[in-house]
Design a protein around this ligand. Structure first.
Ligand code: ARG
Length: 590
């Protein structure tokens, strides 16, 4: 546990003591950022609540608190505003001290959680054989940011990509390959292996066969029955089908790992829906024995509706009438698997908001079955990425944009933008490519994460890759500018010194840096990375205003120069740390 040090906490403590001296609850002293930064840095509304309780005049109480606060070394000025708001402007010493702390702290002033947990984050969720599309990209970007953040806060995080590798799609695909290549050994039921080591299909084949198979299955009932049968046979272990299916999984995974490396995303586990399968038979038996599973129209179901429900809450199908298991059951099996191997205290599912009902059903079933309580399972939904027409994003010809094509497009746009902005001219070609890729990834991730998780947004690569406005590239540029200052300083022998906050722009910058802890806490508690994105942007802007008025290298007062330089370095550290938590890597130069 690290000590609480942010300015709001320091002030709340001082104001709390003043409330306590009046015989009141110290919690009334809670200070927060002022609604009117032109008038005050912080405000406290506790006098109003206290007055209500005591039947007293709030201004009277506020005045007593203000009198007590005046002697605090934290406070420059304080007064009562309106009906009883307590306004505080911090002293230069308090800001300077806080800046020193932030500069010296490897966590840049951010605390860890007081109650570390074992957390599983289920994200990515790519499907075997299916082209990766932008919806899964969102899950990957948001999930990765949360995994970094939860680790940073002190939790023990296990991330699981949880591939979709076990449903009807697999049976459809097996049958589609059989139509194209009927002679393969996988289809001969009497052949139990060994089978060829080389896959009979490539990822491109799968990308072509998958939509073809699912269209046929949709249109033709006889085919659908065949697909169901193949799925059931695969799931119950028919060796040829298992061997062919392994190829589908392996071929898909190679591509996925390449894409993940390019995005800088790592998973602890590469499990899939199929890994839940060993846990299912015992689960089904147990639920039958306890009459939690009911036999209904040929299938085994679990009811999850509650009297208080305002919307329809269909039961889950535990085992369908062909004896196959579906998405709900595999999620239940996965909960058992995780419980046994990790025993998580919290599981986060970063999945499209359109699956909200699915997760509600699964969580309720898990609770009913006594696997994991509903309150420890959280679905973190997200909105869709839309095209300019406001509909879920498609390529110009109406298809799905492949992830590697998408990344290549972003790289190309970033390269063009850097040329326009005359950046990266004096470095080697390899470094240029590396920088452009970092800019592209920053653009993709920041545009995604800075939108509220649940809002839909319109995909606009040109805007996202801009070096101006609230974009990833702008933030990279802000950080790189300080790196270049640091290089010049080093060459001139300039070293950081004690921080002394004097200018308004310095005050504003320190106040911005001080907000890191709160921004992280908000992002963590709400699982909303846009809060952290907003913070990073605020810091970059505050730095830019500071840098515009405060000279550093040209400053002749050496103490001032060292102080400003120290502030710049502290800013850089926080920017890099914050960007790192949203999965963005900063280049050395641009
Ligand atoms: N593969 C699924 C899909 O594409 C997402 C998996 C999400 N995770 C989970 N445990 N259900 O829709």
């Amino acid at each position: 546990m690290t000590k609480s040090t942010d300015l709001a906490d320091q002030l709340s403590e001082a104001a709390g003591a003043a409330f306590a001296a009046l015989g009141l609850d110290p919690a009334l002293g809670a200070m927060r950022r002022s609604d009117r930064p032109d008038l005050a840095d912080f405000q406290c509304n506790g006098a109003m609540a206290a007055a209500k309780k005591l039947g007293k005049n709030p201004r009277e109480i506020a005045t007593a608190i203000v009198e007590a606060l005046k002697s605090s070394p934290l406070v420059a000025t304080t007064d009562v505003a309106g009906p009883g708001f307590i306004n505080v402007k911090l002293s230069a010493e308090a800001l300077s001290q806080r800046a020193e702390q932030i500069a010296a702290d490897p966590r840049s002033g951010a605390r860890t959680t007081e109650t570390p947990r074992r957390v599983v984050i289920d994200f990515g969720g790519w499907n075997v054989a299916k082209e990766m599309h932008i919806g899964h990209l969102r899950s990957t970007v948001i999930g990765d940011s949360l995994q970094r953040l939860f680790c940073f806060m002190g939790d023990t995080v296990t991330s699981d990509v949880h591939l979709g590798d076990w449903g009807l799609q697999m049976g459809q695909l097996i049958n589609e390959v059989k139509l194209e290549q009927p002679g393969l050994p996988y289809f001969d039921a009497s052949n139990t292996g060994p089978y060829p080591e080389i896959s009979p299909v490539t990822m491109d084949d799968l990308g072509r066969l998958y939509p073809q198979a699912s269209a046929k299955s949709k249109a033709d009932e006889a085919r659908r029955d065949e697909d169901r049968k193949a799925t059931q046979e695969l799931q119950s272990g028919r060796p040829g089908y298992r061997a062919l299916w392994r190829h589908f999984c392996d071929v898909t995974r190679v591509g996925l790992e390449r894409e993940c490396a390019s995005l800088g995303v790592r998973f602890n586990l590469w499990k899939g829906e199929s890994d839940a399968e060993p846990f299912v038979p015992a689960l089904v038996e147990d639920l039958k024995a306890r009459s939690i599973a009911e036999f209904d129209a040929g299938a085994w179901i679990v009811r999850v509706a509650r009297e208080t429900d305002k919307k329809e809450m269909p039961p889950i199908i535990l085992v369908n009438r062909d004896g196959a298991i579906g998405y709900h059951t595999s999620d239940l099996g996965t909960i058992i698997d995780r419980k046994q191997s990790i025993d998580p205290q919290l599981v986060l599912y970063v999945v499209d908001q359109r699956q909200a009902l699915h997760f509600e059903q699964v969580f309720r079933a898990s609770d009913r079955a006594g696997l994991m309580p509903e309150k420890d399972l959280e679905h973190l939904g997200f909105g869709t990425v839309n095209g300019p027409d406001g509909k879920p994003f498609k390529t110009r010809d109406g298809g799905i944009l492949k992830l590697h094509e998408f990344i290549a497009q972003a790289d190309a746009t970033a390269t063009a933008r850097m040329k326009e902005a005359e950046l990266g001219g004096d470095v080697s070609e390899a470094e240029q490519r590396d920088i452009a890729h970092k800019v592209a990834v920053a653009a993709i991730k920041f545009s995604d994460l800075s939108n509220g998780r649940l809002t839909n947004y319109i995909f606009d690569l040109d805007r996202f890759v801009s070096f101006e406005g609230k974009t990833g590239p702008y933030l990279l540029y802000a950080a790189v500018r300080i790196k270049s200052l640091a290089r010049r300083a080093e060459a001139a022998g300039v070293k950081p010194g004690p921080i002394n906050v004097e200018l308004d722009a310095e005050r504003a910058l320190v106040l911005a840096l001080d907000g890191f802890n709160e921004a992280l806490r908000g992002t963590y508690d709400k699982r909303m990375p846009h809060i952290l994105c907003d913070h990073i942007y605020t810091v970059a802007q505050a730095f830019s205003s500071f840098y515009a008025v405060a000279q550093i290298m040209a400053e002749t007062d050496l103490a001032k120069r060292a102080s400003r330089f120290a502030l710049a370095i502290a800013t850089l550290k926080q920017l890099e740390l914050g960007l790192g938590l949203i999965g963005i890597d900063t280049p050395e130069r641009m």
